[in-house]
Ligand binder design. Structure first.
Ligand code: NAD
Length: 261
């Protein structure tokens, strides 16, 4: 099985921690040059310095907020002008919790900007280089809510569906260029995002953390939360040469939690 990414350049967003950081690590292990993107330069410098590398590998950082459309286009535009990106991992923090009906227009607009419009700008910036190479991978980190909406994550559920439909459309537009587009749907994964979800549920129910965790895990056949590297392994596989005939899928990595087929 060909998992070799030597000579490929990956741009991994939301990479200062959590699933994004773990994805950057796995892609570097497979030989890719990795540019890690998130908001905090110091955190990114630490992440980039800790990435696996052989002598020829060059890792880099980009510090920006993906919601800043102007900075995103300028900075990533400069990057692709010097180093084409072959692998784009679209990822950022999840929207705050709450009921769909209670969210304001601003909440929906902010999530649309940070998830869908940022992904679109990044795809527009990176696809020309992928086309020139005749090879490209776009992997979007979304959520199982694409298939089964999760209670009390109204804005998130809504925006994930939009991203998944966008990705499916894009996969059909780019297939002939040797570019695949897929989504990874993490289950409950031990990161800051899970801490936030646990915190929200503790606040909403008045129950303690052990009870809230147990209630969540009762829905997971694997009986445990995922580690970030387990989600990252799926991302890295979809980015690899071996996955060249997989496009337009939404792959759940959720310990069997989803009930739909
Ligand atoms: P996380 O909060 O641990 O990490 C998010 C990363 O994105 C961090 O590096 C953060 O600095 C960066 N980021 C946040 N906002 C940004 C912005 N505006 N611009 C640039 N970078 C930004 O999250 P995670 O658990 O790694 O999750 C990644 C994605 O997967 C999120 O969309 C999350 O909602 C989703 N997800 C997570 C879980 C889970 O259980 N952890 C489950 C389902 C879906």
């Amino acid at each position: 099985m060909d998992l070799n990414l030597a000579g490929r350049h990956a741009l991994v967003c939301g990479a200062s921690e959590g699933i994004g950081r773990a994805a950057a690590h796995e892609l570097a292990l497979l030989g890719a040059d990795v540019t890690v993107l998130a908001r905090r330069p110091e955190a990114l410098a630490e992440v980039a310095a800790a990435l696996p590398r052989v002598a020829s590998q060059q890792h880099a950082t980009i510090a920006l907020d993906v919601a800043d459309a102007v900075a995103l286009r300028e900075t990533v535009g400069r990057l692709v002008a010097t180093r084409p990106v072959h692998i784009l991992v679209n990822n950022t923090g999840g929207p705050p919790g709450g009921r769909a009906l209670d969210a304001g227009a601003d909440d929906y607009l902010a999530a649309f900007q940070r998830h869908l419009l940022a992904n679109q700008a990044l795809a527009q910036l990176t696809v020309p280089g992928m086309r020139t190479a005749g090879w490209g991978r776009i992997v979007n980190i979304v959520s199982t809510s694409v298939k089964e909406p999760i209670p009390n994550l109204g804005v998130s559920n809504t925006i994930r569906g939009a991203v998944a439909s966008w990705a499916k459309t894009l996969s059909r537009e780019l297939g002939a260029d040797g570019i695949t587009v897929n989504n990874v749907l993490p289950g409950y994964t031990r990161t800051q995002r899970l801490e936030q979800i646990l915190h929200d549920r503790i606040q909403a129910t008045g129950k303690d953390e052990a009870t809230v965790s147990a209630t969540m895990l009762a829905t997971v056949p694997a009986g445990r939360f995922a580690e970030a590297h387990e989600i990252a392994a799926a991302i890295a596989f979809l980015a690899s040469p071996a996955a060249g005939y997989i496009s337009g899928v939404s792959l759940a990595v959720d310990g069997g939690r989803m009930q739909s087929i």
